[in-house]
Design a binder for this molecule. Structure first.
Ligand code: UD1
Ligand code: CA
Length: 478
């Protein structure tokens, strides 16, 4: 199927002054993608060619566009002489003929389906110049659509140029247009900066085309939220919340349970199968993929994580890792990049892992650090075990075999290997390999200094308790 319009122009040269940011306005992220990336994604399916007008933050915006839309043409607008000027430059840069769609780079909620409907209406009405409009509860700041007695569009008047009556109009210009390219070229030559901002307004093209006797129409969209633009941080948050709701609604329609959609933030790139449950306060980012039956949250953050069927991640943060089927993580654990948990593994409370593989059915239940390690199957890592992977200069590997029992509070000083079926004694500092089936013991032998408390802490509550239990200054009971 051929794409409906020959060319799309995205206007993105503006300063974005009201964002008060060192980052270009169109490069701020919403749901894991930049504002302009959302716009380009919406436009791409309907346009054969894409052209972006850049200006402020030129390098950053251009390199981002090269990354997300390599085929797009970039036109540089060195001075910000208005939307009409930006379009003149884009047209001078292309030989395209036919129809052009023009959108602003700061309206990330626009949907492809709305653009398609707009194109259909434009074609059906045999229009030469069409503007997409919306009725807003608060039209302040937008260009207003002035219609004649028969309802036909006459002109678009900017807020700053509007008289009191025009300011009462609640139908606004969304900044989305369709033009016959030849007619637009002609009309844009006639633009003047005769307005309060001293700029060339693209909006004036509509009345110019109309007064030349050609068909110009205003087509109203029914969902005004789609055309909200981002000029400041409040609008950024408002658009992000609308995007969040859209994404959550789609997952819920696909059979995902989201207990509290208001506090659940899911990037548009995340893939979730049905019968997954997401508890409140969770955030799923990047290339995260979650298989059926998994339970995520509450208060869990996943960044680029793959989660297999039936796994559960409770109150934890996991990044760039793979979690196997029916594995459990948390509460309160931190799984860092390069971790692979096999099926039916358990990582309990207050565990940090990094670049580590945990074999099927193995457990790290409590208070441990596991870094740069490979652990076999059916192994248990006792509470408070630390994989001592860093000697202050370099990181080293630890290998733990299958069906190993690492005693609580073991320090495994890497590089070190614990053979299959081996044990370590609680509190050991293991610096040498433990062969298969051996018990590694590496700690001082215990010595009891009898009567010490009665001699050295005489009169204390401890001494009293010891005395009551039969201890004397010379000895203690068995
Ligand atoms: C513009 C419209 C207004 C409409 C509103 C919708 C004009 C004159 N006004 O106003 O009728 O209701 O959008 O959001 O067009 N840009 C350039 N180069 C420039 C000026 C702007 O590329 O020289 C780009 C901006 O980066 C932005 C878009 O054009 O993406 C719109 O510009 P902006 O200044 O935001 O226009 P508004 O005042 O919002
Ligand atoms: Ca704007």
């Amino acid at each position: 199927m051929s794409k409906a319009v020959d060319l799309a122009i995205v206007l993105a040269a503006g300063e974005g002054t009201r964002m008060k940011s060192s980052l270009a306005k169109v490069l701020h992220p919403i749901a894991g993608k930049t504002v302009i990336h959302h716009v380009i994604d919406a436009v791409t399916p309907v346009a054969q060619e894409l052209s972006v007008v850049v200006g402020a933050h030129r390098e950053e915006v251009e390199s981002h566009i090269s990354a997300i839309a390599p085929a797009a043409k970039k036109t540089f607008q060195s001075e910000r002489n208005g939307t009409g000027h930006a379009v003149q430059l884009a047209l001078a840069d292309t030989k395209a003929t036919g129809f052009v769609l023009i959108v602003a780079g700061d309206t990330p909620l626009l949907r492809t389906s709305t653009l398609q409907e707009f194109v259909e209406a434009h074609t059906e009405l045999e229009s030469v110049a069409s503007v997409l409009t919306a009725v807003l509860p608060d039209p302040f700041g937008y260009g207003r659509i002035v219609r004649d007695d028969l309802g036909a569009i006459v002109s678009i008047v900017e807020e700053r140029d509007a008289d009191e009556d025009q300011k009462l109009i609640d139908e606004i210009n969304t900044g989305v247009y369709l033009f016959d390219i030849a007619a637009l070229r002609e009309a844009s030559k006639k633009l003047t900066a005769d307005n309060s901002q001293g700029e060339l307004y693209l909006t004036d093209v509509i009345s110019l085309i109309k007064s030349s006797g050609q068909v110009a129409v205003a087509i109203q969209s029914n969902d005004f939220t789609e055309t909200l633009g981002i000029n400041d941080r409040s609008q950024l948050a408002e658009c992000a919340a609308i995007m969040r709701d859209r994404i959550n609604d789609e997952h819920m329609r696909n059979g995902v349970s989201i207990i509290d959609p208001m506090t659940t933030w899911i990037d548009s790139s995340v893939v979730i199968e049905n019968d997954v449950t997401i508890y409140p306060g969770s955030a799923l980012y990047g290339h995260t993929k979650i298989e059926s039956g998994a339970q995520i949250g509450p208060r869990t953050t996943l960044v680029d994580v793959t989660i297999a069927k039936g796994a559960s991640i409770i109150e934890s943060r996991v990044a760039e890792s793979e979690i196997g089927a029916e594995a459990t993580v948390g509460p309160f654990s931190f799984i860092r990049p390069g971790t692979r948990l096999a099926a039916r593994t358990k990582v309990g409370a207050f565990v940090e892992m990094k670049s580590a593989t945990l074999g099927e059915g193995s457990k790290v239940p409590h208070l441990s650090y596991v870094g740069d390690a490979t652990i076999g199957e059916g192994t248990n890592i006792g509470a408070a075990t630390i994989f001592v992977n860093y000697d202050g200069i370099e990181k080293h590997q630890t290998v733990v075999g299958s069906h190993v029992r690492v005693g609580s509070d073991t320090m495994l000083v890497a590089p070190v290997t614990i053979g299959d079926g081996a044990y370590t004694a609680a509190g050991s500092v293991i610096t040498e390999n433990v062969p298969a089936g051996a018990m590694g013991v590496a700690r001082g032998k215990q010595r009891n200094v009898l009567g010490w408390v009665l001699r050295r802490r005489a009169g204390s509550k401890s001494a009293e308790a010891a005395k009551d239990a039969g201890a004397t200054e010379l000895g203690s009971p068995e």
